[in-house]
Design a binder for this molecule. Structure first.
Ligand code: APR
Length: 317
């Protein structure tokens, strides 16, 4: 297999640390670059002792960002501040938007061909920000920019399997739209294996639980942050899919928030086929039932304004 370098920006954080662990034990990774504004020497030393092949290096502070990024195939971005109770993902906007803008400017300069996996919230807006930064730098490739929505899929699978009494590792559920509240639209009518034991009431409850999954964790953590372990797991699943695509593994399909013509919105999450250049094909929505059609109409307004907010931020600052 080819040598692959993965960089994590925000690697000393609540998501970054377990993500560093999971990428260190991924056999497709030969070099792992851990960047943060503080704390990376310790995380890198710790993770580097694990006896898997990936060579781990820690980088700290803006002076070392370029070196951290140089030669990266995949850059994963969980840098930012997490949600506290009472905050929506949008409340994070101003802080995280600025962080993402700075990091993407450096990516455009040091590894313009890397696949970018955006985790920093609000993803509905930070992905459009990244696109604008890359456009301005002249490096934008819509096939290489992804908002990581895998945690929504992970949650939908877990909740669906639990409710339907199906083996969770065999279950799949597409989740489309965006990555916040009602913009998250799980398509349980396309879940596999299909279940005939779920009522419409169950589907409504499963949909709501998937949409509110982030808030469920924020409230349970009671002021100590948002999802970190499950998010790191989801981030590692998605990065692994990106690496498999780059390496030419056939038929790698994951849901992701990408530039899209599936709806009239310029960015939209749906199933995406991953290949040697990133996005190989953005797959359509398939057949929706009436409940899902309604959910799709309901999410468009919010998703549209989150996208516009990101674009406006990127131009204004
Ligand atoms: N460059 C690199 N790292 C940064 C920067 C920056 N400019 N600014 C902040 N960080 C780092 C912090 O130093 C910290 O180590 O990002 C990390 C964030 O970690 P936590 O505060 O623990 O937050 P976490 O729970 O990991 O969430 C981070 O991901 O899902 C999203 O909503 C979540 O936006 C939030 C982000």
């Amino acid at each position: 297999t080819p040598e692959r370098k993965v960089a994590i920006l925000g690697a000393a954080g609540g998501i970054g640390q377990p993500l560093a662990l999971l990428m260190k034990i991924n056999p497709l990774v030969s070099s792992l670059s851990l960047f943060d504004i503080a704390g990376t020497p310790g995380v890198a030393a710790d993770v580097s002792h694990i006896n898997s092949p990936a060579l781990v290096k820690g980088f700290m502070g803006d002076d070392q960002l370029g070196e951290a990024l140089e030669g990266s195939d995949v850059v994963i971005i969980p840098a930012g501040v997490p949600r506290k109770p009472g905050m929506t993902r949008d409340d994070l906007f101003n802080i995280n938007a600025g962080i993402v803008k700075g990091l993407c400017t450096a990516i455009a300069k040091h590894c313009p061909n890397a696949l970018v996996n955006m985790i920093s919230n609000p993803v509905n807006s930070t992905v459009p920000i990244a696109a604008e930064v890359f456009k301005k730098a002249g490096t934008y490739d819509e096939k290489k920019l992804f908002g990581v929505t895998t945690l929504d899929v992970v949650r939908a699978k877990t909740f669906y399997a639990g409710k339907a009494g199906l083996p969770v590792s065999e279950v799949n559920v597409p989740v489309v739209g965006g990555h916040a509240g009602i913009t998250i639209l799980p398509l349980f009518s396309q879940a596999t294996p299909a279940s005939n034991s779920l009522s419409q009431e169950d589907i409504v409850a499963l949909t709501k639980r998937t949409q509110d999954g982030g808030t469920e964790v924020v409230e349970a953590k009671a002021g100590k942050g948002s999802a970190t372990l499950s998010m790191a797991y989801a981030g590692a699943v998605f990065a692994d899919a990106c690496l498999k695509g780059l390496n030419g593994v056939p038929d790698v399909v994951e849901c992701s928030y990408v530039q899209s013509t599936v709806t009239e919105l310029p960015f939209f999450a749906s199933k995406v086929r991953l290949g040697k250049n990133g996005v190989e094909e953005v797959l359509g929505l398939g057949e929706l039932n009436d409940f899902e059609k309604q959910g799709l109409e309901n999410l468009k307004g919010e998703l549209k304004s989150s996208i516009e907010k990101g674009i406006k931020f990127a131009h204004g600052n």
